[in-house]
Design a protein around this ligand. Structure first.
Ligand code: UDX
Length: 477
């Protein structure tokens, strides 16, 4: 292959679209493929069908340069590509914890019989262990190119909201390959990040696919660990923020992924840990990963705890109360509401009889399609108007910047539950708010955590009470 390899990307969700646009920006000719004709048309017209900062300009630049195009045609893609990346979704199978590989299977079954010349098929979708081996065995028999068509595994670790940066400058590139030729091809595709010093770890495809799910399982475990500690804090009166700060400074532990709060959600971590546990059980290693069920349970308990905190803040009942909700996306910087803890809490509170007014900077359209029963407002102030209790459920930066004095004039009662520890507790309390956050002390007498006063370790970002009062009076917060 003397010219640069031409690339195809099957599946144009968050992962596939970011991958296609980023590789086009590095000078490759890239063809994105999706079975959804409306999606392919929108992308071809330069419109991103979801919110991802920085991706739309890259998409448009690729289209303008003539290096990026989108199609629904598998024959066109098979004809075009030397390297075929498979980035289709692998959601949770309804009624079970296992992964639904229908999209992967239909992509493979549609593509393989069309592969007539030497090429590399690269799995990027997150799949349970054993998937790469099965497809690696099938490919030479299914493709007219025979052993000229080879499978590799190259998992993706991008975070939504950071998809462009994570794709162009990942922490590491995992090349799961069975041949020197496949390794050389992946080195050529990733020549630019490799030249910039990104580590390139060569392994076999079976290990590569496991790296991805193991990394997600570890991240989920870390998050649930600190949230389990928040539960302990709630009954002892300790402060989980001070605890997380102190733990994270130990280099053996590290502070990343140790933010307590409402727990993890989104299209990856929850379903990936369930799929890994389910496959491990099928393989006879269920006991090794049985702790993942507990990780999942801790995570889901946070949502229940938040509903309880909201009820406590609303004077013991939610029925008939007005509740203002800030944030329904599963995390800031994204419009993704898949398994969103924030949206689930908002919906549960609505189901308990509260009137729920919601604002989110990006996710309201998507949330409105699933939960038309919530009242969607155009701003933070709109969601807060006449609220008996305000809930901060997704830590968008604009929520952290909200002025407690201004909001105090809008709400019916100054009660806030900060599910993500995004606010300066002292500043809000000093402005007269009943401030509550999971795992933090300061609850009224008679509720869990009542024993505690100030945190034993004051987190670095907390202002002293006097500083907060001055800033508050000056209208600076
Ligand atoms: C995640 C992985 O990070 C990524 O490598 C993988 O490929 C896909 O899943 P993403 O879902 O975009 O990416 O989000 P991430 O930023 O990792 O956060 C996941 C969830 O955990 C969010 O709901 C977030 O709010 C929560 N979280 C994260 C915490 O509650 N505490 C933390 O300390 C970190």
């Amino acid at each position: 292959m003397t010219r640069r390899p031409r690339l195809t990307v099957f599946g144009t969700g968050y992962l596939g679209t970011a991958h296609a646009a980023c590789l086009a920006s590095l000078g490759f000719e890239v063809l994105g493929v999706d079975v959804d004709a409306a999606r392919a048309r929108a992308l071809q017209a330069g419109t991103l069908p979801f919110y991802e900062p920085g991706l739309e300009p890259l998409l448009r630049a690729g289209l303008r340069a003539g290096r990026l195009a989108f199609t629904t045609s598998y024959p066109a893609a098979a004809e075009f590509g030397d390297v075929h990346f498979i980035c289709v979704g692998t959601p949770q199978r309804p009624g079970s914890g296992g992964a639904d590989l229908t999209q992967f299977e239909s992509c493979f079954a549609g593509l393989a019989p069309l592969l007539r010349r030497p090429c590399l098929v690269v799995g990027k979708s997150t799949v349970p262990p054993g998937t790469a081996a099965a497809y690696g065995q099938r490919l030479p028999g299914a493709a007219p190119a025979g052993t000229g068509a080879e499978l590799a595994w190259n998992p993706e670790f991008l975070r939504e909201g950071h998809a462009v940066a994570d794709t162009l400058r990942p922490d590491r590139i995992i090349a799961g390959v069975w041949s020197v030729r496949a390794e050389a091809t992946l080195r050529e595709v990733y020549a630019e990040p490799l030249a910039a010093g990104v580590p390139f770890l060569v392994t076999d495809p079976l290990t590569a696919e496991l790296v991805k799910v193991a990394a997600n399982a570890f991240l989920a475990t870390k998050i649930s660990f600190i949230n389990a500690m928040a539960e302990v804090c709630e009954v002892t009166g300790a402060d989980v923020l001070g605890l997380a700060d102190a733990l994270g400074r130990d280099p053996r532990i590290g502070g990343a992924g140790l933010r307590p709060g409402l727990g993890f959600g989104g299209g990856c971590l929850p379903k990936d840990i369930r799929a890994l546990a389910a496959r491990a059980a099928e393989l006879g290693a269920g006991q090794a990963l049985s702790f993942l069920h507990e990780i999942d349970a801790i995570n889901l308990r946070r949502r229940t705890r938040l509903v309880d905190l909201a009820r406590e803040a609303a004077d013991g009942r939610l029925d008939g109360r007005r509740v203002g909700v800030l944030g329904v996306a599963f995390k800031p910087g994204s419009d993704d509401i898949r398994d969103s803890p924030a949206l689930e809490v908002a919906a549960r509170i609505r189901a308990l009889g509260a009137r729920v007014a919601v604002f989110d900077p990006a996710a309201m359209d998507r949330a409105g399609q699933v939960h038309p029963d919530l009242d969607y407002r155009g701003s933070v102030l709109g969601a807060a108007r006449d609220a008996d209790v305000l809930l901060l459920l997704t830590e968008w930066p604009e929520f952290a910047a909200a002025d407690p004095m201004v909001l105090a004039k809008t709400v019916a009662r100054r009660a806030i539950v900060d599910a993500r520890h995004a606010l300066d507790a002292a500043a809000w309390r000093d402005c007269g708010w009943d401030y509550r956050a999971p795992g933090r002390p300061g609850h009224p007498p008679g509720t869990p955590g009542a024993a505690a006063g100030r945190p034993a370790i004051v987190p670095r970002h907390d202002l002293g009470p006097r500083d907060a009062e001055v800033a508050c009076l000056a209208g600076a917060i």
